[in-house]
Design a protein around this ligand. Structure first.
Ligand code: ZN
Length: 447
């Protein structure tokens, strides 16, 4: 098989991989690279164009597929999960693949459909929702069909999958974002038994996520995050004071814990903003939002503004869940901190940030400024009440023990970060250049 490492092999983001088997090509993932504006995309109506995104390197540069003569052979596009760095680019590139069907699990497809709507593009491709742990047959043009399997895993949003492409040459295994969480809040645990079977059938090559590959300590599951939140709630003084929480709007399990703990305050729980409304709406649509009757969602900015006016007078009646944990410009927290709303933080108001700062220059700087402002206002600020969604070294080793690939290709990191996977591979007897391969965007491997 031939693999074109289109994007995401030199950075975190714009993930895309092409696999050519015989005369057919399939694509996996089609993400955004827009550090710092990920959440903003949901808050404002920003109109991106393909040309504009290409200019800023915001989408995978899949023009390489034209050079290779592969583009017109693309039969199908598979999306591993709903995060924007895996699905965000698709609305802007799909026009180039008129004959490709799109496949994803229910939450992923709901999010994709809402991104297509936001992008105001017409997509005529057939979009298929498939169940986690199921198999899709892709008919071959000259060669017989091959099967693509979605294997359920845990990560930090709903319905995440490993993707296994079964070919007569062996299995191509795509494992970007995952963290093994054996006791998730609402999801099923990872499908270990199928992973073991896949290993027994024989994996030829595995694309392996590089994030935290050298981190020895366990990352902790969502139950740990819930305990951290519980601890944060125990440190707040609610008397006549506002309570705000912020996290990733696609992190439905975390939001479930937040709502459960917030319910104990007996206050009304209000989710603010388009991004929250988008992802929670998708979770409701697929029947995976256990807190849907416990919250009120206020989506549009006019209603958000009038709610914030009311909150100023009745700060002890509500728990507010909103965006802005990365200090994104024009997010709700950003606007409040800049005095752009009728609500002002007062001394003793509470804010729990259930995320960590995404380590890019833009985010670090934006959060530093936000935190400084909030502290000046006297906000009782609790940060990093969070566990990461990417497994460390232990999880990566566990996966390799199960699937035993012949070849490993690191992805989802800078070339520097990807060396951690190369080192892990070396420890396990892989040989650089022969069975482990550090590649650049656009590189083609024949394996
Ligand atoms: Zn992800």
């Amino acid at each position: 098989m031939e693999i074109c490492c289109v994007g995401g092999y030199e950075e975190v983001g714009k993930n895309m991989t092409a696999i050519k088997v015989g005369e057919d090509v399939i694509l996996i993932d089609c993400g955004f690279y827009l550090p710092g504006v990920i959440e903003l995309q949901g808050e404002n109506e920003i109109h991106y164009t393909r040309a504009g995104l290409r200019r800023v390197g915001g989408i995978p540069d899949e023009r390489i597929l034209d050079e290779l003569g592969w583009r017109k052979k693309v039969k199908a596009i598979f999306i591993s999960h709903a995060h924007l760095d895996h699905v965000g680019g698709l609305p802007y590139l799909i026009e180039r693949y008129p004959n490709a069907e799109i496949f994803g699990t229910p939450f992923t497809i709901k999010v994709l459909e809402s991104l297509i709507e936001d992008a105001r593009v017409v997509v005529n491709n057939k979009i298929n929702t498939i169940k986690p742990n199921s198999v899709v047959s892709v008919p071959g043009s000259k060669n017989p069909e091959f099967k693509v399997e979605f294997i359920h895993t845990t990560h930090s949003t709903l319905d995440c999958s490993f993707i296994a492409v079964h070919t007569k040459e062996g299995i191509f295994f795509y494992t970007l974002d995952f963290k093994f969480d054996d006791n998730p809040i609402i999801e099923n645990p990872p499908n270990y038994s199928r992973l073991k079977e896949i290993g027994e059938i024989g994996v030829k090559v595995c694309i392996m996520n590089a994030l935290y590959a050298s981190r020895e300590e366990p990352q902790g599951g969502e139950r740990e995050a819930k305990k951290m939140l519980e601890n944060a709630f125990s440190k707040i003084n609610l008397k006549n004071r506002a309570l705000f929480l912020t996290t990733f709007s696609s992190q439905i399990e975390r939001l479930t814990s937040i709502v459960e703990l917030a319910s104990r305050t007996k206050r009304e729980i209000v989710f603010l903003g388009r991004s929250m409304a988008k992802y929670v709406g998708c979770a409701i649509d697929i029947g995976k939002c256990p807190f849907k009757d416990k919250i009120k969602i206020i989506k549009y900015s006019r209603q958000v503004n009038s709610f914030l006016k009311k909150l100023e007078q009745e700060r002890d009646k509500y728990v507010v869940v909103c965006t802005g944990h990365q200090g994104e410009e024009d997010s709700i927290l950003d606007r409040i901190s800049k005095g752009k709303t009728h609500f002002r933080f007062k001394h003793g108001d509470n804010l729990i940030i259930s995320s960590s700062v995404i380590p890019t220059e833009v985010n670090i700087e934006a959060r530093k400024k936000l935190d400084e402002k909030l502290k000046k206002m006297g906000v009782n600020l609790q940060t990093d009440v969070h566990v990461h969604g990417h497994g460390g070294k232990l999880d990566k080793e566990k996966l390799l023990n199960l699937i035993k690939p012949k070849h490993i290709i690191p992805a989802h990191g800078s070339l520097e970060q990807e060396k951690d996977v190369m080192n892990l591979a070396k420890e396990r007897g892989y040989i650089e250049g022969k069975t482990s391969h550090l590649v650049k965007n656009g590189q083609v491997l024949k394996i």
